[in-house]
Every structure is written in C-alpha cells, then in structure tokens.
Design a binder for this molecule. Structure first.
Ligand code: G3P
Ligand code: MG
Length: 355
C-alpha cells in the first residue's frame, strides 16, 4: 500500500507543485495543533515539496514563530519559510525612522529587530500623559512594566503608523491613531487646521499601514472572533466622521492582497532553489509590489480556512485553493469563489492535492 502512494508523490513532484499553509484555523487553534497539521507538513518536508507558511497573524519575530511551530508540529522549519502579516513591513525600514507600532506589546521588539530606528508603542504615549487615553484598559502597573519613557516623544514628528497585529487596547489605540492621523505633520499634541473651502482631507498627516484585513478569524472559542479588519473599519469610520466624510487613504497588506501573494511567491521560489541547492544563504527580501517574472511551479496550493482571506486572495492570484473545515469556514457559508478542494483538515487537503 505504501509504494503506490510514494509513486504518486514522485509523479506530482515532476509537475512542480508547492504549498502555502495558513496557520490559524489550519495548523493551530490558539496554540493547539489541529489534527493532521503535523502529518501534512511532514509529508511535504519528507518529500522535499516546497512549502511556506503564510499567515495574517503576527506579533513575534519570524525566528520565534518558526521555533514554536517546529516544536509544536514536530517538523523542521526555517524562519525563511514564514511570512507573517507584518513581514513585508521590513521593506519600509529605509522609508521611515520614527514609527508608531500598534498591536501586542511584543511588536516593539519585532519592529526594532526589523531595523526601524525609533519605535514607539501606544502604551509609551499613555505613559507620557495618561489623560491622552483616560479609559485605557491597561492597568497602570502593567503599563509601567511594558512601556518606555521615550526621550523627545513630542519633539520629533511620527513618520508612519504601522498596525502590526490585533490591538490589545482598542480604546487607547483608536484615540492615539486618530490623534496622529489628524495632527499637524505627525507632531503629538497638535491638530491640523482644515483650510476654508478645501475639499475633505483623505490624506492623513501620517501614512497608516494595516498588516491584515481579516474581519474575523478562528481561535479556540466556538465562534469566530473579530480581527484587524474590524479595527480598521472603526478607524476609517471615525476618521471619516472627523473629516467631513473624507475616505481615509491607507495601505492594507496581508492576505488577500496581491502585494502579499507576490511577496510570498518570491519567497516560495527562492525557498525551492534553497531546497534544491542545500545553500545556507539567507533568502533576500523581495521588493514590495513587484511580481516574480516567471514561476517554476505548475501549481501552488493555498491551504486556508478563511474564504475571504486565504481562498479569494489565492484564487485571484491564480493559485489553486484548498479550503479546510477546521477554522473560520462552516459548510453552507457563502463562498466568494469556487475552491479547488474542500477538505476536513490540512492533511486531507495535501493528500488530495498531490494525489
Ligand atoms: O490574527 C490572526 C488572524 O487574523 C489570522 O491568522 O493564520 O489564519 O492567517 P491566519
Ligand atoms: Mg486562518
């Protein structure tokens, strides 16, 4: 029984297939491995089928995330194989010096590791003046432990707002983001003046980047939870109300955007070359918004649980799609496109994709 399976895998290798695996709802629910996740990755690893992990999650470094996953799923993984929602932010380092890094307290470290020179977390701003966010949900003790005193916080302008992952303190974060979007050239404690008779200002004073647009995602709770896409909706709505109906100009990356699929595709191509050559060199950072000139793959399968993110994004990008029932999606939910495969879990999906 083993032999025909192996032959099948070898036959599919000739057709140059590859996989992109989503994490939450496919490999893990919260921190718990989903059944079949370890087997699916091992099957690809043992048969040298190139694969990457493409998640809209984040908050830790690529090294830490792969170390955790490798341990939890008992399969060797390289940090080069993971693209988190904020991994493409690395390409913005030459553009911005002082940034507001929004999300879990751990995103400060991630932003600094990427190379941003001056990283401020919203908690540092509340520490500087608690009346900026009088109803922050973070206690003073926790804030004092996790925040920093930033010298000259109000002396130099913020150059960008980068939302790394889900806000942990919506009230305070929304207030601080709105303050900066409507500030005088990114200076804290200021507000820009609307010019008389000028059209509503869509362009904020500080550019804002969202690293994912998931309205919902799946953790261990029985119902889907609202995500960064919901947070963005609140920011956009309030910005519009504060700016006479103006639509906030912003940049959204992460699945389902083509920018992130291009980024992932570059990495997958380089990872395949690295696997073949056994080279120890790091994979160079792809340029944002540039499609690979050609692809060695006849088929790339995106395995995901979220039709509005993984599946439609991959479908629009021309990849094959495996929708699994282990996360956001429930049978009967409306689908934005026809997935190539619908499977109970990721192992089932991989076997059918290569079979
Ligand atoms: O915050 C996590 C999330 O929105 C989804 O992560 O792995 O399902 O793309 P993932
Ligand atoms: Mg998911």
């Amino acid at each position: 029984r083993l032999l025909p399976n192996i032959l099948r895998i070898h036959r599919s290798l000739h057709t140059e297939i590859a996989f992109a695996f989503d994490i939450d709802g496919v490999l893990l629910r919260s921190k718990e491995p989903i059944s079949g996740a370890s087997e699916a990755l091992k099957l690809c690893h043992d048969n040298k089928i190139p694969f990457i992990l493409l998640t809209n999650g984040g908050g830790t470094s690529e090294n830490q995330r792969t170390a955790f996953l490798s341990d939890a799923l008992r399969v060797p993984l390289s940090p080069s194989q993971i693209i988190q929602s904020h991994t493409p932010f690395k390409t913005l380092v030459p553009e911005y010096k002082k940034v507001l890094a929004v999300g879990s307290p751990t995103v400060r470290e991630v932003a600094e590791m990427y190379g941003f020179e001056k990283v401020v977390h919203p908690m540092d701003i509340v520490r500087y003046d608690p009346s900026i966010a009088p109803f922050s949900g973070v206690s003073k003790d926790v804030r004092m432990e996790l925040s920093r005193e930033i010298p000259g916080l109000d002396k130099e302008p913020f150059e960008a707002i980068l939302v790394f992952n889900d806000s942990r303190d919506w009230g305070a974060d929304i207030q601080i983001i709105l303050d900066l979007l409507n500030s005088e050239n990114g200076m804290l404690n200021t507000v820009r003046q609307a010019r008389p008779n000028a059209p509503p200002m869509s362009k904020p004073s500080v550019p804002i980047y969202f690293s994912n647009n998931d309205l919902v995602w799946a953790n261990q709770y029985v119902l889907n939870r609202v995500g960064q896409g919901a947070f963005r909706t609140v920011i956009e709505t309030l910005y519009s109300r504060l700016n006479y109906g103006a639509q906030l100009e912003n940049t959204i990356i992460g699945k389902p955007t083509a920018v992130t699929y291009d980024f992932a595709h570059h990495i997958l191509i380089k990872w395949r070359e690295k696997l073949a050559s056994g080279s120890k060199n790091e994979i160079p950072l792809p340029k944002l918004g540039v499609s690979p000139e050609s692809s060695p793959f006849s088929k790339v399968f995106m395995v995901g649980d979220n039709p509005a993110s993984d599946i439609i994004g991959a479908h629009n990008y021309g990849w094959s799609t495996c929708l699994v029932r282990s996360g956001v999606y429930r049978d009967g939910d409306p689908l934005p496109c026809h997935p190539t495969i619908i499977a109970d879990n990721v192992f089932d999906a991989v076997k059918r994709a290569i079979g």
